[in-house]
Design a protein around this ligand. Structure first.
Ligand code: 5RP
Length: 241
Protein backbone atom coordinates (compact mmCIF):
# COMPACT_ATOMS: atom_id res chain seq x y z
CA UNK A 1 0.00 0.00 0.00
CA UNK A 2 1.26 3.49 -0.86
CA UNK A 3 2.65 5.40 2.11
CA UNK A 4 1.30 8.83 3.00
CA UNK A 5 3.65 11.76 2.44
CA UNK A 6 4.57 13.95 5.39
CA UNK A 7 2.15 16.63 4.27
CA UNK A 8 -0.65 14.06 3.90
CA UNK A 9 0.10 12.82 7.43
CA UNK A 10 -0.14 16.40 8.73
CA UNK A 11 -3.54 16.95 7.14
CA UNK A 12 -4.77 13.55 8.34
CA UNK A 13 -3.75 14.05 11.97
CA UNK A 14 -5.05 17.64 12.22
CA UNK A 15 -8.44 16.59 10.92
CA UNK A 16 -8.58 13.30 12.85
CA UNK A 17 -7.70 14.92 16.19
CA UNK A 18 -10.46 17.52 15.96
CA UNK A 19 -13.00 14.85 14.96
CA UNK A 20 -12.00 12.79 18.01
CA UNK A 21 -12.02 15.75 20.40
CA UNK A 22 -15.51 16.74 19.27
CA UNK A 23 -16.70 13.13 19.47
CA UNK A 24 -15.28 12.77 23.02
CA UNK A 25 -16.90 16.06 24.09
CA UNK A 26 -13.53 17.71 24.76
CA UNK A 27 -14.43 20.46 22.29
CA UNK A 28 -17.99 21.41 23.22
CA UNK A 29 -20.49 24.22 22.67
CA UNK A 30 -19.09 27.36 24.27
CA UNK A 31 -15.53 25.99 24.55
CA UNK A 32 -12.56 28.38 24.67
CA UNK A 33 -10.06 26.92 22.22
CA UNK A 34 -6.41 27.88 21.60
CA UNK A 35 -5.25 27.39 18.04
CA UNK A 36 -1.61 26.69 17.20
CA UNK A 37 0.59 27.61 14.27
CA UNK A 38 2.12 25.68 11.37
CA UNK A 39 1.28 23.19 8.68
CA UNK A 40 -0.12 20.54 11.07
CA UNK A 41 -2.14 22.94 13.22
CA UNK A 42 -3.80 24.57 10.21
CA UNK A 43 -5.75 21.48 9.07
CA UNK A 44 -7.04 21.26 12.66
CA UNK A 45 -8.13 24.91 12.43
CA UNK A 46 -9.91 24.15 9.15
CA UNK A 47 -11.66 21.15 10.65
CA UNK A 48 -12.82 23.16 13.65
CA UNK A 49 -14.11 25.84 11.25
CA UNK A 50 -16.08 23.13 9.46
CA UNK A 51 -17.85 22.18 12.71
CA UNK A 52 -18.53 25.83 13.54
CA UNK A 53 -19.78 26.81 10.09
CA UNK A 54 -22.16 23.85 9.72
CA UNK A 55 -23.58 24.54 13.19
CA UNK A 56 -22.35 21.34 14.90
CA UNK A 57 -20.40 23.46 17.40
CA UNK A 58 -21.89 26.67 18.79
CA UNK A 59 -20.41 29.69 20.55
CA UNK A 60 -16.78 28.52 20.21
CA UNK A 61 -14.29 31.22 21.20
CA UNK A 62 -10.85 30.86 19.66
CA UNK A 63 -7.54 32.46 20.58
CA UNK A 64 -4.76 32.26 17.97
CA UNK A 65 -1.00 31.96 18.43
CA UNK A 66 0.30 33.88 15.40
CA UNK A 67 -0.54 36.20 12.53
CA UNK A 68 -0.62 33.04 10.37
CA UNK A 69 -3.43 31.47 12.39
CA UNK A 70 -5.32 34.74 12.81
CA UNK A 71 -5.32 35.23 9.04
CA UNK A 72 -6.47 31.62 8.54
CA UNK A 73 -9.36 32.20 10.97
CA UNK A 74 -10.30 35.46 9.26
CA UNK A 75 -10.31 33.70 5.88
CA UNK A 76 -12.45 30.89 7.32
CA UNK A 77 -14.89 33.36 8.91
CA UNK A 78 -14.07 32.50 12.56
CA UNK A 79 -14.01 35.39 15.05
CA UNK A 80 -10.79 35.61 17.03
CA UNK A 81 -10.56 36.58 20.72
CA UNK A 82 -7.53 37.68 22.73
CA UNK A 83 -6.31 35.93 25.90
CA UNK A 84 -7.31 39.19 27.60
CA UNK A 85 -10.86 39.28 26.22
CA UNK A 86 -13.58 39.40 28.85
CA UNK A 87 -14.90 36.09 27.46
CA UNK A 88 -11.52 34.34 27.83
CA UNK A 89 -10.12 35.75 31.10
CA UNK A 90 -6.66 34.30 30.38
CA UNK A 91 -7.80 30.66 30.47
CA UNK A 92 -8.68 28.15 27.76
CA UNK A 93 -10.50 24.82 27.89
CA UNK A 94 -8.25 23.24 25.30
CA UNK A 95 -5.36 24.15 22.98
CA UNK A 96 -4.31 22.31 19.81
CA UNK A 97 -0.89 22.81 18.25
CA UNK A 98 1.90 21.14 16.27
CA UNK A 99 5.46 20.47 17.45
CA UNK A 100 8.93 20.21 15.95
CA UNK A 101 10.10 17.36 18.17
CA UNK A 102 8.43 15.18 20.82
CA UNK A 103 10.49 13.16 23.30
CA UNK A 104 9.38 9.94 25.06
CA UNK A 105 8.60 12.06 28.17
CA UNK A 106 6.34 14.24 25.98
CA UNK A 107 8.68 17.18 26.29
CA UNK A 108 8.51 19.29 23.14
CA UNK A 109 10.56 21.58 20.98
CA UNK A 110 8.34 24.21 19.40
CA UNK A 111 8.95 27.47 17.56
CA UNK A 112 9.95 26.26 14.11
CA UNK A 113 7.52 28.90 12.86
CA UNK A 114 8.86 31.48 15.37
CA UNK A 115 5.51 31.58 17.21
CA UNK A 116 6.76 30.03 20.46
CA UNK A 117 5.87 32.92 22.77
CA UNK A 118 2.15 33.04 22.07
CA UNK A 119 2.10 29.26 21.61
CA UNK A 120 3.42 28.83 25.14
CA UNK A 121 1.08 31.43 26.65
CA UNK A 122 -1.81 29.51 25.08
CA UNK A 123 -0.51 25.99 25.85
CA UNK A 124 0.36 26.75 29.48
CA UNK A 125 -3.01 28.35 30.14
CA UNK A 126 -5.13 25.59 28.64
CA UNK A 127 -6.79 22.96 30.85
CA UNK A 128 -5.98 20.39 28.17
CA UNK A 129 -3.11 20.60 25.66
CA UNK A 130 -3.28 18.59 22.44
CA UNK A 131 -0.35 18.12 20.04
CA UNK A 132 -0.80 16.91 16.47
CA UNK A 133 2.22 15.56 14.58
CA UNK A 134 3.42 13.37 11.76
CA UNK A 135 5.62 10.44 12.78
CA UNK A 136 8.89 12.24 11.89
CA UNK A 137 8.43 14.44 14.97
CA UNK A 138 8.86 11.55 17.43
CA UNK A 139 12.48 11.44 18.65
CA UNK A 140 14.53 9.77 21.41
CA UNK A 141 16.01 12.95 22.88
CA UNK A 142 16.02 16.73 22.40
CA UNK A 143 18.76 19.26 21.73
CA UNK A 144 20.99 17.73 19.06
CA UNK A 145 18.89 17.54 15.89
CA UNK A 146 16.12 20.14 15.59
CA UNK A 147 17.57 23.49 16.77
CA UNK A 148 15.88 24.89 19.88
CA UNK A 149 14.37 28.33 19.11
CA UNK A 150 14.99 31.06 21.68
CA UNK A 151 13.14 34.38 21.28
CA UNK A 152 15.39 37.27 22.29
CA UNK A 153 15.12 41.06 22.62
CA UNK A 154 17.27 42.35 19.71
CA UNK A 155 19.42 44.57 21.95
CA UNK A 156 20.42 41.54 24.06
CA UNK A 157 21.66 39.38 21.16
CA UNK A 158 25.35 39.24 22.03
CA UNK A 159 24.74 39.06 25.78
CA UNK A 160 22.33 36.13 25.40
CA UNK A 161 24.59 34.30 22.93
CA UNK A 162 27.46 34.56 25.45
CA UNK A 163 25.30 33.03 28.20
CA UNK A 164 23.98 30.27 25.92
CA UNK A 165 27.51 29.38 24.85
CA UNK A 166 28.42 29.03 28.54
CA UNK A 167 25.67 26.36 28.60
CA UNK A 168 27.45 24.54 25.76
CA UNK A 169 25.06 25.65 23.01
CA UNK A 170 25.94 26.58 19.44
CA UNK A 171 23.84 29.59 18.36
CA UNK A 172 22.64 30.71 14.94
CA UNK A 173 20.66 33.88 14.31
CA UNK A 174 17.57 32.88 12.29
CA UNK A 175 17.66 34.64 8.90
CA UNK A 176 14.51 35.77 7.11
CA UNK A 177 13.44 34.51 3.68
CA UNK A 178 12.38 37.15 1.12
CA UNK A 179 13.57 39.89 3.51
CA UNK A 180 17.17 40.90 4.22
CA UNK A 181 18.30 40.36 7.80
CA UNK A 182 16.91 38.34 10.69
CA UNK A 183 13.45 36.88 11.23
CA UNK A 184 11.47 39.37 13.33
CA UNK A 185 8.82 37.59 15.39
CA UNK A 186 5.17 38.61 15.70
CA UNK A 187 6.32 40.38 18.89
CA UNK A 188 9.21 42.31 17.32
CA UNK A 189 12.04 40.09 18.59
CA UNK A 190 14.76 37.92 17.01
CA UNK A 191 15.21 34.14 17.14
CA UNK A 192 18.40 32.29 18.05
CA UNK A 193 18.37 28.63 16.97
CA UNK A 194 20.56 26.60 19.28
CA UNK A 195 22.02 23.08 19.28
CA UNK A 196 24.12 21.02 21.64
CA UNK A 197 26.62 18.29 20.84
CA UNK A 198 24.83 15.85 23.18
CA UNK A 199 21.20 15.40 24.36
CA UNK A 200 20.18 17.80 27.15
CA UNK A 201 17.65 17.95 30.00
CA UNK A 202 14.75 20.08 28.71
CA UNK A 203 13.00 20.41 32.12
CA UNK A 204 16.07 22.08 33.62
CA UNK A 205 17.08 24.10 30.57
CA UNK A 206 13.60 25.54 30.01
CA UNK A 207 13.96 27.42 33.33
CA UNK A 208 17.70 28.12 33.02
CA UNK A 209 17.43 29.68 29.56
CA UNK A 210 14.26 31.57 30.44
CA UNK A 211 16.09 33.20 33.35
CA UNK A 212 18.72 34.82 31.10
CA UNK A 213 18.07 38.56 30.87
CA UNK A 214 17.00 39.41 27.34
CA UNK A 215 15.40 36.01 26.67
CA UNK A 216 11.68 36.40 26.06
CA UNK A 217 10.82 32.70 25.66
CA UNK A 218 12.42 29.33 24.96
CA UNK A 219 11.04 26.60 22.72
CA UNK A 220 11.23 23.77 25.28
CA UNK A 221 7.66 22.97 26.41
CA UNK A 222 7.87 20.69 29.45
CA UNK A 223 5.27 21.97 31.91
CA UNK A 224 1.81 21.17 30.55
CA UNK A 225 2.16 17.63 29.23
CA UNK A 226 0.10 17.18 26.09
CA UNK A 227 -2.00 14.36 24.73
CA UNK A 228 -0.29 13.63 21.39
CA UNK A 229 -1.92 12.42 18.17
CA UNK A 230 0.61 10.96 15.72
CA UNK A 231 -0.06 10.15 12.05
CA UNK A 232 1.89 7.34 10.41
CA UNK A 233 2.87 6.63 6.84
CA UNK A 234 0.45 3.68 6.65
CA UNK A 235 -2.50 6.02 7.24
CA UNK A 236 -3.08 5.13 10.90
CA UNK A 237 -3.19 7.61 13.79
CA UNK A 238 -2.04 6.69 17.29
CA UNK A 239 -2.53 8.53 20.54
CA UNK A 240 0.11 9.01 23.27
CA UNK A 241 -1.79 9.72 26.49
C1 5RP B 1 5.45 27.11 15.16
C2 5RP B 1 5.48 25.76 15.76
C3 5RP B 1 4.91 24.64 14.96
O1 5RP B 1 3.91 24.01 15.70
C4 5RP B 1 6.02 23.66 14.66
O2 5RP B 1 7.07 24.37 14.02
C5 5RP B 1 5.54 22.51 13.78
O3 5RP B 1 5.24 23.01 12.51
P1 5RP B 1 4.67 22.08 11.36
O4 5RP B 1 3.38 21.53 11.84
O5 5RP B 1 4.53 23.04 10.18
O6 5RP B 1 5.69 21.01 11.08
O7 5RP B 1 5.95 25.53 16.85
O8 5RP B 1 6.13 28.05 15.94
Amino acid sequence: MAQLTQSEQKRLVGTYAVNELVKEGLIFDGAKVGLGTGSTALPAVERLAHFIINGQLKDIKVVTTSFQTTIACENLGISVYSMNSKEIQGQLDIAIDGADEISPEKNLIKGGGAALLLEKIVAYNAKRFIVVADESKIVDSLGTKFPLPVEVIPEARFAVIRRLEELGAHCTLREAVKKCGPVITDNGNIILDILWDNPVKPEILEDTIKSITGVVEVGFFTKNKPQVFVAHGDGSVTKIE
